[in-house]
Design a protein around this ligand. Structure first.
Ligand code: PMP
Length: 445
């Protein structure tokens, strides 16, 4: 295949239609906050491959550590023996854990697999079956993960029946509760905890409920931080009823929210925590963390996987942990976060724009802008009716792309998400905010 255009056409013919694609092109290179396509176009990347390349594309220390490991040992196999990078990674992660009780690790490849393992563990540790998940949640595409994914029907449409024993309550999100965006957090918390009490008394009794599974900052569902009081309330119910709390930090972990893990904002202890994405800056690696006292119940061989905890991916993750510390990434996230919020709120204050922006929210560099749906359209219309006009958020993202910025939409509501590199410079952040602001003004004009 000779050139970029024929490569693109080849892909369209031979790559499954089941993949969505927001850029009509072939990505060839990445460096820091920028990606390049085969046709020579360069974009400022505010998607970080959906929250993965937090340290930017091809961070030299991470790529260098992986390259070095490639020449030493690529594949050991976790059921044959430990590898050095696997253990070094645990050594790095232990002091980062949101609670010192989290001292037992298992690495896998993807976020979905980590969720599967977490749910299997919860069943085994408690001897109970059912899982309570959150409406709006995204946990992955494998069968178990799909059953607890409740952000969009596209992930399960045509694939039923899903794993049984899953119940759900609304996420503490004003839009899901049909409340105005200005609703007090205490009101939202009270309503959702009430829903949890109802589910436990009407649908799945505590003696049948193994775990409650929560993203502390709703990811694909729209970047909504859960109020700390809600998470504390859930923790109390879990303690009282012998239910385990599984915290999914796949997207929100590794400095993304201005802390190592989003759950630290609430000061709540997870029983099981899932990690991935930012963990290895692009190398396929995920993990499940729990307490040794619980994981000692697992029989040898009950966990595992051919590529699980691959040595190259672990070596990359060791370098990520070191860079997070050495390059003071948390400081940058918190400084840039303030500027991002300020920039977005400035845009929102413009008379031409303020009627269409409902909410600016998030934590650290995981921030969303929610727009009002154009009159007459609802999430149901835009996802179910083929004739529905292009969504406002999609038109804004497209305009950003034309101006050289890659940015993500999300949710069934009209949400644009900002998940730029954690080490982005002030200059690049401002550049992105400027492009986004211009795109919004042009589209809503
Ligand atoms: N959990 C969360 C919170 C996620 O954001 C994702 C991926 N977007 C997953 C789980 C699934 O991860 P993966 O795509 O690696 O299977």
């Amino acid at each position: 295949i000779q050139n970029n255009t024929s490569l693109l056409e080849f892909g369209k013919k031979h790559v499954t239609a089941g993949l969505a694609r927001s850029v009509d092109g072939v990505m060839t290179k990445g460096a820091g906050s920028y990606v390049e396509f085969g046709d020579g176009k360069v974009f400022l990347d505010f998607t970080t491959g959906i929250g993965v390349t937090g340290l930017g594309h091809c961070h030299p220390k991470v790529s260098g550590a992986a390259a070095k490991q490639c020449m030493e040992l690529v594949h050991g196999q976790c059921s044959i023996a430990f590898t050095e990078p696997y253990l070094q990674l645990i050594e790095r992660l232990l002091p980062m854990m949101p609670d010192p009780s989290l001292d037992s690790f298992f690495f896998w490849n993807s976020g979905s697999e980590a969720i599967e393992a977490a749910m299997k563990m919860a069943r085994l540790f408690t001897g109970k079956q059912n899982i309570i998940a959150m409406q709006g949640a995204y946990h992955g595409r494998t069968f178990g993960a799909m059953a607890v994914t409740k952000s969009k029907t596209i992930y399960s449409e045509g694939f039923h029946p899903l794993m049984p024993g899953v119940f759900s309550i609304p996420y503490p999100y004003w839009h899901q509760l049909s409340l105005p965006p200005t609703t007090e957090q205490s009101e939202i918390t009270a309503q959702c905890l009430n829903q949890l009490h109802l589910v436990l008394s009407q649908q799945t009794a505590p003696r049948d409920t193994a775990a409650i599974l929560i993203e502390p900052l709703l990811g694909e569902g729209g970047y909504v931080p859960a109020p700390a009081e809600f998470l504390k309330g859930v923790r109390e119910i879990c303690d009282k009823e012998g239910i385990l709390l599984i915290i999914d930090e796949v997207q929100s972990g590794f400095a993304r929210t201005g802390k190592n893990f989003s759950i630290e904002h609430a000061g709540v202890r997870p029983d099981i925590m899932t990690i991935a994405k930012g963990l290895a800056n692009g190398f396929p690696l995920s993990g499940v963390v729990s307490r040794k006292e619980l994981t000692d119940k697992l029989k040898p061989g009950s966990m595992g996987g051919t590529y699980a905890g691959n040595a190259v991916a672990c070596a990359a993750a060791v370098a990520v942990a070191d860079v997070l510390k050495e390059e003071k990434i948390l400081e940058n996230v918190n400084a840039r976060s303030k500027e991002l919020f300020a920039g977005l709120n400035e845009l929102r204050s413009k008379p031409s724009v303020s009627p269409v922006i409902l909410d600016v929210r998030g934590q650290g560099l995981m921030v969303a802008v929610e727009f009002a749906s154009p009159t007459g359209t609802s999430p149901y219309d835009s996802f179910v009716k083929p004739s529905a006009p292009a969504r406002l958020s999609s038109r804004i993202a497209k305009r950003c792309q034309e101006k050289g910025l890659l940015i993500l939409t999300t949710s069934v509501y009209e949400v644009i998400r900002f998940i730029p590199p954690l080490n982005i410079t002030q200059e690049d952040l401002n550049k992105g905010i400027k492009i986004f602001s211009e795109a919004v003004e042009e589209v809503v004009r």
